[in-house]
Structures are given as C-alpha cells and as structure tokens.
Design a protein around this ligand. Structure first.
Ligand SMILES: Nc1ncnc2c1ncn2[C@@H]1O[C@H](COP(=O)(O)OP(=O)(O)O)[C@@H](O)[C@H]1O
Ligand SMILES: [Mg+2]
Length: 278
C-alpha cells in the first residue's frame, strides 16, 4: 500500500514537472514571437539586401542580352552572384524558422561562442541602426555546455536588447557593448560564463533582484517579462543569471552554465522509477 502510494506520488510529481516544463517552453516561445516584432526592421533589412542585389544582377544580365553581348564569363559571374545572394536570403529565413520553431526543448552540446555569433547576426541591423558598437572577448577553446541552443540565444538576445534600451539616451561615442565568454572552475564545479556589459544607467542596488520578477519594468512600453523568462530558462538549464553594476557606469548581466550538467539531469532509481535529481 505504501509502495503504491509513493509510486502515485512520484508519478504525480513527474507529471507536475512535465506540465511545468511545457508551460515554461510555451512562455519562452511566446516571448520569442514577441521579440520578433522588435526585430522586424532588422529582418526586413537582412532580406532586402540580398533581394535587391539579386534584382540588380538579373537586370544587368537582361541589359547584357538586350544589347547583344554574349560574354558568357560575365553572365556566369552574374549568375554566381545571384546564387550566393539567394543562399544568403535563405540563411536569414532558416535562422528565423529556428527562432520561431515550437519544438520540444532539445538538449544539445552547445558552444556558447557560436550562440554569441548567431545572436549578433540576428541583431546586426538593429545594432547598426541604433549606432551601437559591440566588442566581443570570446574565450578560445571554450568547453561546450548542454542545453537548448535557441533558448540560450533567447537569453542573450534579451540581455542585448535591454542593454541597447539602457543606452538609448547615451551619446553616440558611449554606446558600446561588451560581450564576454569565459570559463570558471570554482569549488570543483566548472561553468561557462557569458556576460553583457553596457554603458547605460546603473541599477539601484535595492532593485537588483526585483528586476528579475515578472512584470517589473521601468520602461513606458515595457512588458517586464524579459528577465524573468531569461531566469526561468537559466534555472531549467541548471544555470544562474544575475546582474552587477559596473564601477564607472552601466550594468553587467552574467549567466553561467554548468559543464557536464546533463549527466545529473535524470537518474534511474534501482526500482526503475525515473527521478529528477538536482
Ligand atoms: N542593462 C540594463 N541596465 C539597466 N537596467 C536594466 C537593464 N536591463 C534590465 N534593466 C531593468 O530591468 C527591468 C526589467 O527588464 P525586462 O524584464 O527585460 O523587462 P522590460 O525590458 O520589458 O522592461 C527594466 O525595465 C529595467 O528597469
Ligand atoms: Mg527587456
């Protein structure tokens, strides 16, 4: 009887965990959809560039043929340009589909330096429009972590969007962002750390934790959900997310991901019942 009760208890707990994970993934997906609205100018621009290049190349080829030129080498070069610009547009669409897909969360080996590159590609035109310079200090030979690459991109992207917001009123020369990746080994456990440093305003010390609560915002059109979703994603990855103020100006947001965390995620007890360990 006791055994049965504890199995039911464990089954219920497992079900509650699954429900919570589904809920968390839906929130994360919704927030990606809403971020897309903010990035839409950027995406349109990224697609317009290859499309207008394809158009002008095709028109050049038409003019060529209309004028009776038969320089095949030139036509071949034009066609090569068209093919590579088309591939570039397809890559933008591929990135978008990855961003919007609503799959189960996939645990993959993730190289955080690649996550940084992918997010910078997604945001490139926005950063140019806002005249923000991004410096990167990416550690070479960074170990991989285990996680969902799209959700990890989402965390970084939210931090970057916030950092850009924080610098909206800064002078152009001050609009600089620094993204760092590194590796830490403390008390026998190792982690990859990513940080985003801006030169905007600082965060009042008493608000350092409050900013991670849902619906906390100081922006007129803010939703106040970005950081709380980031924190949920980091917790699900057994990682951490926190903020500090810089000595001179602005704030730095840091997140850390344990190395080798996937081994601990689910263990089988010797009576065969799956159990989550932390
Ligand atoms: N880089 C930053 N510098 C200063 N304050 C920040 C920064 N990032 C976030 N904040 C503060 O945290 C609040 C919550 O952020 P977030 O959850 O992303 O929601 P939102 O961006 O919609 O306001 C912001 O409104 C702002 O007050
Ligand atoms: Mg935000």
């Amino acid at each position: 009887m006791f055994v049965l009760a504890s199995i039911i208890d464990i089954t219920e707990r497992k079900q509650a965990e699954l429900d919570a994970a589904r809920h968390r993934n839906e929130m994360a997906h919704l927030s990606r959809v809403s971020t897309l609205g903010e990035l839409s100018g950027s995406i349109a621009h990224e697609l317009n560039l290859p499309l207008s290049s394809i158009l002008s190349n095709a028109q050049a080829a038409q003019r060529f043929l209309a004028n009776g030129h038969t320089d095949l080498a030139e036509v071949r070069a034009i066609l090569n340009d068209i093919v590579s610009e088309d591939k570039r547009a397809a890559e933008v669409i591929h990135r978008l589909r990855q961003w919007l897909k609503k799959d189960e969360v996939h645990q993959h080996p993730v190289q955080m330096n690649d996550v940084v590159d992918d997010v910078l590609k997604l945001m490139r035109s926005d950063l140019v429009n806002q005249k923000i310079t991004v410096d990167t200090e990416l550690a070479p030979h960074l170990p991989t972590v285990t996680g969902d690459p799209v959700q990890l991109q989402q965390v970084l992207l939210n931090l970057l969007v916030n950092a850009c917001d924080a610098m909206a009123n800064c002078h152009r020369s001050e609009r600089r962002l620094l993204i760092r990746t590194g590796f830490e080994n403390r008390n026998g456990s190792s982690a990859v750390i990513v940080s985003v440093t801006d030169r905007g305003g600082s965060i009042p010390e008493e608000k350092m934790e409050q900013i991670f609560e849902p619906f906390f915002t100081t922006k007129e059109k803010g939703m106040g959900l970005g950081l709380s979703i980031c924190r949920t994603i980091m917790t699900a990855h057994q990682g951490k997310l926190w903020a500090t103020n810089n000595f001179d100006c602005g704030a730095t947001f840091h997140f850390s991901l344990p190395i080798g965390a996937s081994d601990k995620e689910v263990v089988m007890t010797n009576n065969g019942i799956a159990n989550a360990s932390s």
